[in-house]
Design a protein around this ligand. Structure first.
Ligand code: GDP
Length: 437
């Protein structure tokens, strides 16, 4: 998940804090040193790390804990708020018609992010269209047009035209009636003058509401130089950090944002169009520290699940058949890998202790349950009480699972049914949270 290594070393540092018998200068120095090491390993630049550690030390040693908070909680809160400070505020995004220009080096994830953004706005009820102005990378045209077809998003491109500026000029006329216009520009392997000139020419064509710089989380310290150059050329309004799912680093990109006084708009956490999250500084840091991010989870649930996936009204009646459980498992699978979902839950210390193996076992179990249920009749699924021992043997034979596995599933269903009965009340977000827990 997002910055796994950084998260676990920060968690270790905070555990030290939690386990110390008293909080004094020595303990604080020690914890701050661990935090420094963790951040530097994740490629956060040294200047920023020093600034952060001085802030933490100063505040921890001079500020008195507020009423009702002990000194450990106080220091923990200082660490948390200072980390939130270094990632800065999120770029404000208005849900209204706008024109967006995407810039970044080749391979940063620009094209993928363009499609992700189109999907993001479409899910919010706005009509997006994209223009492919990447005439440099062979394949960019096909990649974007195929992604758009899949997403049902309008695409404009001119396959044989090498003049990006004229493509954008034509394209903007063509898609004038759309709410969200996203222009995917070309990248290069390095910052070259012709790239900068092309960007400036495109920039001059219309009044862009946003110019998003796409930064690969893994590029490390070079991120700052890139961000500065792009920012000077066209004035970046926000950064999208991509590939945060696949790297131990990411600190370079975070430092670049701080260095250029810009802010993060979105983060990319996977290759598919759904894997884009609105950046939320508090949620990001609390997830990193294993405190969970319920807000992101609820947003994700609301976005991915349709009313048919989880019929809350029906569940509020307390009735919960195997069919309901089946559609719930499907809904959970739709939400993405279990580990990603779990990382958003406030697991406290537990978050760090769940191993990849345990996630895999749970995920496999869910798959097995689905296979077993596929071998049941509709009647059985509506009323599991009908399933006696002879039916268990038949279901076990049909699904290729052992009778014990079938029994386990029935037991699991009973448990879930009990939980559902206990949460009668109006449907809504809070119940969704309870349900996920
Ligand atoms: P472009 O040259 O900047 O347009 O880059 P692409 O959009 O073609 O992306 C380059 C590669 O990075 C592709 O293989 C993408 O699937 C991958 N990619 C983009 N964003 C993400 C992300 O958030 N996570 C992961 N794991 N891969 C990503």
């Amino acid at each position: 998940m997002v910055l796994d290594n950084l998260g676990s070393s920060l968690k270790d540092a905070l555990k030290k804090l939690a386990n110390s018998s008293k909080i004094d200068k020595e303990v604080i120095d020690d914890v701050v040193k661990d935090i420094q090491r963790a951040l530097i390993q994740a490629d956060v630049n040294v200047k920023l790390v020093m600034k952060l550690s001085n802030q933490i030390k100063n505040r921890a040693l001079t500020e008195a804990p507020p009423a009702g908070m002990n000194s450990k909680e106080h220091v923990l809160r200082i660490v948390y708020t200072e980390l939130v400070n270094i990632v800065g505020k999120a770029t404000p995004i208005k849900l209204e018609p706008q024109t967006i220009m995407m810039v970044g080096l080749q391979g940063s994830g620009k094209t993928t992010t363009t499609a992700k953004l189109a999907r993001y706005f479409a899910r919010k009820g706005l009509k997006p269209a994209v223009i492919c102005a990447d005439t440099y990378r062979p394949g960019a045209y096909d990649q974007l047009s195929q992604l758009c077809t899949k997403l049902g998003v309008t695409f404009y491109g001119e396959r044989d035209n090498k003049d990006a500026v004229s493509i954008v000029r034509n394209g903007l006329k063509e898609i004038a009636k759309y709410d969200i216009k996203i222009v995917d520009t070309a990248g290069r392997h390095a910052l070259e003058t012709d790239l900068i000139q092309e960007m400036k020419d495109i920039y001059g064509l219309t009044d862009f509401d946003h110019k998003f710089l796409v930064l690969d989380a893994a590029i490390g310290q070079q991120a700052s130089e890139q961000a500065k150059t792009f920012n000077e050329a066209i004035g970046i309004t926000g950064v999208v950090i991509t590939k945060l799912d696949g790297t131990a680093k990411g600190g370079g990109a975070l430092s670049a944002v701080s260095d250029t006084n810009t802010s993060i708009a979105f983060i990319g956490v996977g290759e598919t169009p759904e894997d884009l999250e609105r950046f939320d500084p508090d949620g990001f840091i609390s997830r990193l520290l294993g405190m969970g991010d319920l807000k992101a989870l609820v947003e994700k649930a609301n976005e991915v699940l349709t009313k048919d996936d989880v019929n809350l009204d029906r569940m509020m009646t307390g009735k919960f058949t195997l069919n309901d459980m089946y559609s719930q498992l499907e809904a959970i699978n739709k939400m993405g890998p279990l580990k990603q979902i779990m990382s958003m839950l406030p697991l406290g210390g537990l978050g760090g202790n769940i191993t990849d193996d345990m996630y895999k076992v749970t995920q496999d179990k869910l798959k097995g349950y689905k296979i077993i249920m596929d071998s049941m009749t509709g009647e059985e699924k509506e009323d599991p009480k009908l399933i006696g021992s002879s039916r268990i043997s038949r279901i076990s034979r049909g699904s290729g699972k052992t009778p014990d596995e079938v029994r386990e599933l029935l037991k699991y269903h009973k448990m879930m049914q009990k939980a559902v009965k206990g949460m009668k009340g109006g449907p809504g977000k809070m119940n969704m949270q309870k349900l996920m827990k």
